[in-house]
Design a binder for this molecule. Structure first.
Ligand code: SAJ
Length: 417
């Protein structure tokens, strides 16, 4: 089929390349000319798409990248994977609107438009479809439409892109049939649901569940320490229950562009429609936002015990990305941890084998190697993300003191969160 994937970011590019690999003719459309230049040159900028995979589908002619709207004519399926940022807690759907108008201009009877961008329940039917009708002069039913949430897990080694079950929906039976038919060629498992609203809600439910449970564990970690209980041992003990328990672990905060953001679409919609706050999300974000302050307090306490004033102390942060084994620094708790320590007069350095060279512009700390010398020369070390590429035994051996936020180390010089 002739496929358009509109938006070639961390969601759109993996879909476009995979669809090309399974035999579709795919156009990756994006308004960012620099990105298009990189794609034409076969240079991937997305963690889970290698440049060699990109070049293979480009060279075979199965995939091409463009910013030219004229190239969108004649598509069978167009997938919208544009950003849906929140502006002061209010969903900004202008990218969806603009993309829908562009695609609508090329929409033919029988062709389908699928929204993958995360948004609140009702977006597909109440926002996307009317714009497509207006821009195409067709009625819904002449064209097909639906919603299929992205389930990209950056850096995940457990589930590959195509192995992750894909929810699919349509505004009517014909739409569902066509959309499922497309995704069946791309994913190992597709899961049809009865409406776009169900698929939109499921996406937000997945991440709200995760956010609320992580925040509960974070709060319990702080309480357990006050009670003198090892929360990590308690979690492992609870996890022996083979049903009814999902294992989450405390950490220095909740980063990334999924968990802190997606549930806020639900908060906004609940407030708009019901006039009441979605309290779980507000409380969860409050707790998670407090974690960087909590871990810094723990470190200051430890320095005090060693008669080391935090002002002028040399602190090394290990693991700067927003989650374990990821390369992405966006919304990482490490930035807030560093900011707090610097405000207390500490001299902070960071080390992360997953952070691309020269990426330290996003952080306000110099990047160094996680070497035995750097570690031994610090007054204290914080293990924020226990990346697989860290030499944990070396850290344990050389650090004068470690606040281990991931419960991976042991020894007289180690304290866990
Ligand atoms: N975190 C904890 N404790 C936990 C789990 C996570 O503190 O038990 C922290 C992480 O360190 C990170 C943040 O929460 O700072 C988010 O971590 P995440 O594992 O949820 O990773 P994300 O944000 O990349 O979430 C994505 C989501 N995928 C989609 O939205 C499509 C999420 O639904 C996935 O479960 C997650 O990836 C995943 O499992 O990789």
């Amino acid at each position: 089929m002739q496929i358009i994937v509109a938006g070639q970011g961390y969601v759109g590019l993996p879909l476009a390349v995979r669809a090309a690999e399974v035999g579709h003719r795919v156009i990756g459309y994006d308004v960012d000319l620099h990105r298009i230049k990189q794609l034409i040159a076969g240079e991937s900028y997305v963690e889970d798409v290698t440049s060699s995979r990109l070049r293979a589908v480009r060279n075979s002619g199965a995939y091409s990248a463009t910013a030219d709207v004229a190239a969108l004519a004649g598509f069978d399926i167009a997938v919208i994977t544009v950003p849906t940022p929140l502006r002061d807690g209010v969903p900004d759907l202008t990218y969806i609107e603009s993309c829908a108008r562009t695609l609508g201009g090329h929409l033919r009877p029988g062709a389908a438009v699928v929204l993958e961008s995360t948004s609140y329940p009702g977006t597909t039917r109440e926002l996307l479809v009317p714009i497509l009708e207006e821009a195409s002069g067709l009625w819904a039913g002449d064209f097909l439409a639906g919603f299929s949430p992205e389930r990209i897990t950056p850096g995940s080694k457990r589930f590959s892109f195509e192995e992750t079950p894909k929810l699919v929906s349509g505004i009517d039976a014909k739409s569902l049939d066509a959309i499922k038919g497309f995704y069946d060629t791309v994913f190992d498992i597709t899961v049809p649901v009865s409406s776009p609203e169900v698929a939109e809600m499921a996406k937000l439910l997945e991440n709200t569940f995760r956010l609320v449970n992580i925040s509960m564990i974070n709060e319990l970690a702080m309480l357990a320490r006050s009670l003198g209980v090892n929360i990590w041992e308690a979690i492992d003990a609870a996890a022996t229950k083979p049903f009814g328990f999902t294992r989450f672990t405390p950490g220095p905060g909740v980063g990334g562009h999924c968990l802190p953001v997606d549930p806020l679409f639900l908060s906004w919609k609940v407030q708009q429609e019901l006039g009441v706050p979605f309290r779980f999300v507000e409380l969860a974000n409050d707790v998670n936002r407090h974690m960087p302050d909590y871990v810094v307090c723990r470190l200051v306490e430890a320095l005090d015990k060693r008669n080391i004033p935090v002002n002028g102390s040399r602190i090394l942060l290990l693991g700067l990305t927003y989650k374990i084994n990821a390369t992405d620094l966006r919304e990482s708790p490490s930035a807030r941890v560093a900011e707090l320590l610097i405000s207390l007069g500490a001299e902070v350095r960071g080390a992360d084998p997953n952070v691309p060279e020269g990426d330290d512009t996003r952080l306000n700390v110099p990047l160094v190697e996680a070497s035995a010398e750097e570690i031994a020369a610090s007054d204290a070390v914080m293990l924020l993300m226990d990346h697989a590429r860290f030499d944990l035994a070396m850290i344990e051996k050389n650090a004068p003191y470690v606040l281990d936020c991931r419960n991976r180390l042991s020894g007289p010089n180690v304290e866990v969160l």
